[in-house]
Write a protein that binds this ligand. Structure first.
Ligand SMILES: Cc1cc2nc3c(=O)[nH]c(=O)nc-3n(C[C@H](O)[C@H](O)[C@H](O)COP(=O)(O)OP(=O)(O)OC[C@H]3O[C@@H](n4cnc5c(N)ncnc54)[C@H](O)[C@@H]3O)c2cc1C
Ligand code: FES
Length: 358
């Protein structure tokens, strides 16, 4: 199970006016636990203004192409954790960091001849950089197209690094910057925001549609919905589309709230964590299973509490639950019984939830 370690900040690099990347020093004894897959994230437990904040940040380093463990944090307006990390964090500070998690990846194989099509917006580049460096290193016959949307050139995180990789791997990595305020003379196709029409035009111009394509999407909510809509219209198999949400999608949250069930009984829920079992009577329409277990003193893992990361993942081994929202688990995980405990309420009379069956 994922757990927090205290790590020292080894290096902080200012990437843009509102984004820093942070390298952690991983002690030899923790190296195994901090081994990760491209596209995964770390969760930080911060104490800001007397408040405990848990926030997830994707790794931008590659597990095979880099020896460091690096995340990048873009400041959001009024954002408590991201502002603190951008303005107050110093090299040598110690932070509580959870071991890596996340599903935003596909297995690497040197024999693959895939075309990875990456759609990123703003800080959504972070897991993409990890993915693209890993593919370049691990799959010599695969290629990558990156469509990267930003406000203007100054806002492009990792621009120098990405452009250098494109120059080095010209035939395997194609990078298309799409800027709201580009340099004068930029073609209309690469100007503006990633609307559904723009995404469709970019795919038509640059991507041959075939079964070897695999799609990754990460960025602002509306942009992700636009890309998803176009790929669905193009009848791309959903198994080939990977999406990483940094925030809940407001429309989906509203729809789930409207559709909330009318069940009203109480269930017996057994929660298993680190080999320890606790049994709770939990109302079917009340607090989440995670909240009940946490309030009872169990050290259950969580971060966003919004159904967006998968830090609170556990397996239902008996009974049924319903989830309010799920922006993180794949259909396959759900069919195998995995749930986001922060979104889950019991439905059947008896339920067993196991955090150890990871
Ligand atoms: C799996 C995962 C991976 C992530 N990876 C990264 C990453 O690599 N780099 C990165 O910078 N962030 C990443 N995030 C987002 C990050 O976890 C925080 O949500 C973000 O830094 C904002 O936290 P905050 O405390 O600063 O803002 P809060 O104090 O929580 O929020 C303040 C305001 O900002 C808005 N807000 C919250 N989150 C976002 C957001 N992501 N974008 C825009 N507005 C927002 C809120 O609606 C609110 O109005 C990731 C999130 C998840 C779930
Ligand atoms: S804590 Fe993020 S999905 Fe539950």
């Amino acid at each position: 199970m994922a757990r927090f370690h205290t790590l020292t900040v080894k290096e902080i690099t200012r990437e843009t006016a509102d984004c820093v990347s942070i390298v952690f020093d991983i002690p030899e004894a923790s190296k195994q636990e901090f081994s990760y897959i491209q596209g995964q994230y770390l969760t930080l437990k911060l104490h800001v203004g007397g408040e405990e904040l848990r926030r997830s940040y994707s790794l931008c380093s590659s597990p095979v192409a880099d020896s460091e463990v690096r995340i990048a944090v873009k400041k959001v307006d009024g954002g408590r954790a991201s502002t603190w990390l951008n303005n107050e964090l110093h090299t040598g500070n110690k932070l509580e960091v959870m071991t890596p998690m996340g599903n935003f990846w596909s297995a690497m194989d040197a024999a693959n001849e895939k075309h990875y099509v990456l759609f990123a917006g703003g800080s959504g580049i972070t897991p993409m950089l990890s993915i693209l460096k890993t593919v370049l290193h691990s799959e010599p016959k695969s290629r990558i197209s990156l469509f990267y949307g930003n406000r203007d050139e100054q806002a492009v995180i990792f621009k120098a690094q990405i452009d250098a990789l494109a120059a080095q791997h010209g035939n395997r990595l194609s990078v298309f910057h799409i800027l709201e305020n580009p340099a004068p003379g930029t073609a209309a196709l690469y100007t503006g925001i990633l609307t559904a029409e723009k995404v469709a035009a970019l795919i038509e111009n640059h991507i041959g549609l075939n079964g070897n394509n695999e799609y990754f999407i990460c960025g602002p909510g509306p942009m992700m919905e636009n890309v998803k809509q176009v790929l669905t219209q193009l009848r791309i198999d959903s198994k080939l589309i990977h999406i990483e949400y940094f925030q809940a999608v407001a429309e989906a949250v509203k729809a789930a709230e409207t559709a909330s069930t009318q069940t009203a009984g109480t269930s017996k829920v057994t929660v298993i964590l680190d080999g320890e079992e606790k049994v709770f009577d939990i109302p079917q329409n009340g607090s989440s299973i995670l909240d009940v277990a946490y309030d009872a003193g169990m050290d259950v893992p969580f971060a966003c509490k919004g159904g967006v990361c998968c830090t609170c993942r556990a397996k239902v081994t008996e009974g049924q639950v319903r989830m309010d929202h799920n922006f993180a688990l794949t259909d396959d995980e759900v069919s195998r019984g995995y749930i986001l405990t922060c979104q889950s309420h019991p439905v059947s009379e008896n339920v067993v939830v196991n955090f150890d069956e990871f």
